[in-house]
Design a protein around this ligand. Structure first.
Ligand code: FE2
Length: 281
């Protein structure tokens, strides 16, 4: 298996606050790795030969790369904003392509059918027009002016609201969602999906949040997000084909899929193909 340019990107491999000196054995793109905390309290990641890999600790997680990252880990300025609660949601293992996990997170059309009475509800199933672009200066995919009616948009929402969304693809398996913040309308809640590619069709998904919500207990915030993602897992594990097709026309795009089309185009442009299917089979 040739990993290609995705080798040089950053990936999440664990929650920093949960590391100990014994370390956590895991895998990155088929390579066994150990993520540990050394005596100084710093994170350390080693591969199967004992080689130390590059490490960053950001957004509650440890990040590493099997290759030689040419870019610094992407910025989330909200992570340094006073007053936010930072939520390490934990890990959900999903038997699907890491790229499929990201693509599903970018899709709003499934809300009424998969997250019924939470993130969507019939008859509010229509996806309104929104904007999608690849921002060349930062080399990221952005979808803006997305809106959707939600019965329970967040733990802090009381009753249904029309929620505004922005989606951002900051790395091949890292995506950031900005959504209406019910208790603080001038700000966005930040909900991320950081995906660790274990193999091409198996991943660990690490959601993380930076919210304005002083009231909801931490366990309820975690439980709310885990409930949502477990609903997604059953969909993701049944998608066919298992790998994400990157050739146009292999899956018929609709207007609601514009973000997905841009994401696939961006992956293809960078030759980010680990977890992708390139030719119809
Ligand atoms: Fe979902």
């Amino acid at each position: 298996m040739i990993v290609g340019p995705m080798l040089d990107e950053w990936y999440p491999v664990g929650i920093f606050g949960q590391l100990d000196e014994a370390g956590r054995k895991t895998m990155l793109m088929g390579e066994p790795i150990v993520v540990a905390r050394n005596g100084n309290g710093d994170a350390r990641v080693t591969d199967s030969t004992g080689r130390s890999l590059p490490v960053r600790v950001r957004y509650g997680h440890v990040w590493t790369s099997l290759g030689d990252p040419q870019k610094e880990l992407f910025a989330i300025p909200e992570a340094d904003q006073p007053g936010r609660r930072f939520v390490d949601v934990g890990v959900v293992r999903v038997r699907c392509s890491p790229l499929r996990a990201v693509e599903n997170f970018l899709d709003i059309a499934h809300f009424p059918f998969v997250h019924t009475d939470i993130l969507g509800a019939e008859p509010h199933t229509e996806v309104q027009a929104y904007k999608v672009e690849i921002r060349e200066d930062v080399d990221e995919v952005w979808a803006t002016q997305v809106q959707f009616y939600q019965p329970q948009a967040a733990k802090s929402a009381s009753g249904g609201i029309t929620t505004q969304y922005m989606y951002r693809v900051a790395g091949p398996t890292s995506t950031v969602l900005y959504k209406t913040c019910p208790p603080k309308p001038s700000e966005w809640d930040v909900i991320t999906l950081f995906v660790q590619p274990l193999t091409e069709d198996l991943c660990d998904v690490w959601p993380w949040m930076a919210l304005f919500d002083d009231d909801t207990p931490m366990t309820d915030l975690i439980h709310f997000q885990q409930t949502i993602f477990l609903q997604d897992r059953s969909i993701l594990e049944n998608q066919v084909p298992r790998l994400l097709p990157l050739d146009p026309g292999m899956e018929m795009p609709t207007r609601a899929d514009l973000t997905s089309v841009a994401y696939r185009r961006w992956l293809k442009r960078h030759n980010f193909t680990y977890g992708a299917q390139l030719v119809a089979q």
